[in-house]
Design a protein around this ligand. Structure first.
Ligand code: BGC
Ligand code: NOJ
Length: 817
């Protein structure tokens, strides 16, 4: 069953039924102020850091799933009936409902009792606030006397502390209510220079700022006392749970519409200008007032919304495709790119499956996110690379995560995920290929955020490379450390105590367990680094990198090849994992994808053989599972991977993140039919028709789809924040459609289904717009035989980067057998 449909023209997904199988969410904001919003207005907001600067409170794992959000209540003052125009939290039956998730905004509209309400939620560019613009229309034949109540529950800033330290928190809450604006200022009296505000464009009939007064004892969000009786209590929060609610009376003639604007925002004052008068405890509102006034004016809201739309037109305009496949088109042109923005901003911190308190920005994750983001806002990608590399350890290793607010490495989690450093090489490579900005390599960057430790970024890449060579195991393969890409393959953990973290517990010295995956990644990264070294005029260094890569390849052939596929790893006993000698976990996806992406096996048929093994053992109709056979029990020597029931997560789930590695490998052997088939199996838009099984949003990727061993085979989980976004985007745009960034220009190398007659890509690249028409008259899967640029045929398949030109550059590429 479908719960909505795509509106590609407007770049929206329109949900037509509020009780979707799971909350189907969207993100507001893309710079520093962010919000998560579900199709029933659930969710929360924060400034920069979901843990440390949480504006509004949200309780995860609730029942129903999604409670707490940006709520409005409408009340008919004559009948005393009330309802939520976004369905939640009252869940009153609506006569019409529609939620439109768009690029950085969500519009939820409904009709009940002949009253239509439509609320647009968005964050204006450059601001640290969100707007809820509510339009109410009276479709009755007689006048309507209504009350509108707003509701937001404030979080006491540190979301972790907010949900645990009640003996203190119940006594710290403070607010101010001035000119109808509710200011939330908990801890402003001491070390915080920031506060939140919640303003309304209308004259208020009342307000509430103490949650439990608004709700009433033993009541909940579905029947707040203030709403039920039709009158706020004018409560002033002092301790307990500060809350923001405005009460506005709305009297409408038949057919009349009224627009009411709410603004929820974050504001900082200079440390010495916090109070006014200075010796008081009253917030100095000099700098916040103009912002509030601006956005309570409908004209400015319309203009800001327009700007947001233009910004997205511009961002998405960097890569647009018209192909024969509607699902590929809409993911490339709209949703996959959009999801890449969310993963870039959030890493894996705040979604409906990531609580925003557990994880900062991952080193490995953020570097991979760059692959799908770098073309949109290269300057932000640059900043991210420099921030990430500043958390790199002197050893070349990396803090596994860092907090976005402080930009410091997370000591609790530490380091020793031995794949981490290489992702930096790939991230930097992707950035330079996009921009041609070689200067980034000369940026002076600290190690471990230590002043005085600055070295050029290039030196960071060298150390990434060395890190592996200094940590080789008994077979000459890289030692795995705590884990490699697969966080759950914890070969040094050996945990027998409930509750111990698989990520941080280490009971072995770590001198034996090795990873073939890291070996492949090392080869891939070393080749990239060698190319960079040549460009820096360091040919000898480049040779050395290539020689080490070649050595590693040999080791992979010797100890990492199992006959029909690549072994995955060696455990602490020196036994192979992912080999036909294993009882369970005979074949894993990761080493197949990574080794072939590194070029291993392309010349001698091993890549093809490997991909056939993947097809035979791992491919299913819902995607490619992570390994087979699934682990049927817990193996202490394997770690978290065997903690999951078969078919879920890393234990033989379909990890959508690394399906693209196989897809890229398929393109490398020229198998366009299979590459696109695999691509489509996990494409959320193509899965829209099986919404009841898939359950997650049909417009974004989920981290995982349950594998064939699971009772819920085909069910997706953990949508939005996943490396899946960047990898799928990278794969379809650069490897299948094959318009790929190179250090010297744009490579044209499509590997497509034979039945495609062609497609067109518009790509903005280094100051030029290329309109590339690919023709496939003879049903080929690969092979550009003719490349015509602005009417002139050129040799090879690279469009060399050139000075910006006024007109688009027209390219025709013909595939021929
Ligand atoms: C999950 C992994 C994740 C890790 C992060 C594990 O429980 O299965 O997918 O990367 O946690 O800490
Ligand atoms: C999710 C993590 O964010 C990512 O870093 C990891 O590679 C995958 N899970 C696989 O475990």
């Amino acid at each position: 069953m479908r719960y909505g449909h795509f509106d590609d023209q407007n770049r929206e997904y329109i949900i037509s039924q509020p009780d979707t199988p799971l909350p189907w969410i969207n993100y507001l904001g893309c710079e520093s102020y962010f919000g998560l919003i579900s199709n029933t207005a659930g969710g929360y907001s924060f400034y920069r850091d979901a843990r440390l600067r949480r504006l509004s409170r949200y309780r995860y794992n609730n029942a129903p799933f999604d409670v707490g959000g940006r709520y409005l209540y409408l009340r008919d003052n004559e009948t005393e009936k009330f309802w939520s125009p976004s369905w939640q939290p009252t869940r009153t039956k609506l006569d019409k409902y529609e939620c439109r998730h768009g690029m950085g905004y969500t519009i939820i509209g409904s009709t009940a009792n002949k009253i239509e309400a439509q609320t647009t939620y968005f964050v204006p560019l450059g601001e640290t606030l969100e707007i809820w613009k509510c339009k109410i229309t009276n479709h009755r034949k007689k006048p309507a006397k209504l009350s509108l109540f707003s509701s937001i529950e404030f979080c006491l800033w540190d979301a972790q502390d907010d949900s645990t330290n009640f003996q203190r928190n119940f006594s710290t809450g403070q607010v101010e209510i001035v000119d109808g604006v509710i200011y939330h200022k908990t801890e402003y009296r001491e070390r915080r220079n920031h506060f939140a505000y919640f303003a309304c464009s209308e004259k208020l009939a009342g307000y509430d700022t103490q949650r439990d007064t608004f709700l009433g004892a033993y009541r909940s969000w579905d029947n707040p006392a203030a709403v039920e009786r039709g009158k706020s209590f004018n409560s002033v929060a002092c301790g307990w749970a500060p809350h923001g609610s405005h009460h506005v009376k709305v009297n409408l003639k038949p057919g009349q519409t009224k627009e009411i604007i709410f603004v929820l925002g974050y504001h900082e004052n200079a440390g010495d200008k916090k109070f006014s008068p200075p010796d008081s405890q009253t917030i100095n509102k000099t700098t916040v007032k103009p912002v509030i006034t601006k956005y309570l004016d409908g004209k400015n809201v319309v203009a800001a919304f327009q700007k947001l739309k233009e910004n997205w037109d511009n961002l998405l305009g960097t890569y647009q495709v018209t192909s024969p496949d509607i699902h590929a088109n809409r993911m490339v042109n709209i949703w996959n790119a959009y999801q890449c923005m969310a993963t870039f901003n959030m890493s894996r911190s705040a979604s409906f499956y990531e609580s925003g308190i557990g994880r900062g920005l991952g080193f490995r994750d953020s570097n991979q996110d760059l692959l799908g983001f770098v073309h949109m806002v290269p300057s932000r990608a640059r900043e991210r690379i420099l921030d990430l590399s500043a958390t790199q350890l002197k050893s070349g290793g990396a803090f596994h995560q860092y907090q976005p607010l402080t930009k410091r490495g997370n000591h609790e989690l530490g380091s020793n995920f031995n794949d981490d450093p290489h992702w930096l090489i790939l991230g930097v490579g992707a950035y330079i290929k996009e921009t041609g900005d070689w200067g980034i390599l000369d940026e002076q960057v600290q190690f471990e955020n230590e002043p005085g430790s600055e070295q050029p970024l290039y030196e960071h890449l060298r150390r990434s490379f060395n890190y592996t060579l200094e940590r080789l195991g008994p077979h000459g393969l890289p030692l795995i450390g705590r884990a490699d890409w697969n966080d759950c393959l914890n070969l040094n953990c050996f945990s027998d105590t409930p509750g111990q973290s698989f990520q941080t517990t280490t009971n072995k010295e770590g001198k034996v367990a090795e990873s073939v995956f890291i070996a492949g990644l090392f080869v891939l990264a070393s080749k990239e680094l060698a190319t960079i070294a040549v460009k820096r005029g360091l040919p000898d260094e480049a040779k050395y990198y290539l020689a080490e890569a070649a050595k590693m390849e040999k080791v992979i052939y010797k100890h990492g090849w199992d006959g029909e596929w690549f072994i995955r790893a060696y455990n602490d006993f020196g036994q192979p994992i992912g080999s036909k000698v294993c009882k369970e976990g005979k074949i894993f996806i990761e080493s197949q994808g990574m080794c072939i992406m590194a070029g291993i096996g392309l010349d001698d048929g091993k890549a093809k053989l490997t991909l056939d093994s993947v097809n035979k053992h791992l491919a299913t109709k819902h995607g490619i599972v992570l390994q087979q056979p699934a682990f049927t029990k817990y193996y202490i020597e394997m770690g978290e991977i065997s903690s999951y029931p078969p078919g879920y997560k890393e234990n033989a789930g379909i990890f959508c993140h690394n399906n693209p590695w196989i897809i890229i490998a398929e393109t490398m052997v020229g198998n366009g039919n299979r590459a696109f088939d695999y691509y489509t199996r996990i494409n959320p838009s193509a899965r829209e028709k099986i919404g009841d099984l898939h359950r997650c949003e049909p417009y974004v990727y989920a981290q995982m789809i349950a594998g064939k061993d699971a009772p819920t085979f085909g069910e997706a989980k953990n949508s939005w924040l996943t490396g899946t976004a960047a990898w799928n985007y990278f794969t379809i745009t650069q490897w299948i459609l094959g318009i790929r960034t190179g250090f010297d220009g744009l490579i044209v190398d499509p590997v497509i289904p034979a039945k495609w007659k062609g497609f067109t890509v518009t790509r903005k690249f280094r100051g030029n717009t290329y309109v590339i028409e690919v023709k496939n008259p003879n049903g080929q899967q690969r092979g550009v035989k003719k490349l015509v640029v602005d009417g002139r045929e050129i040799a090879g398949n690279v469009l060399p980067a050139c000075a910006p030109q006024a007109e688009p550059i027209r390219v025709v590429a013909v595939l021929e057998g």
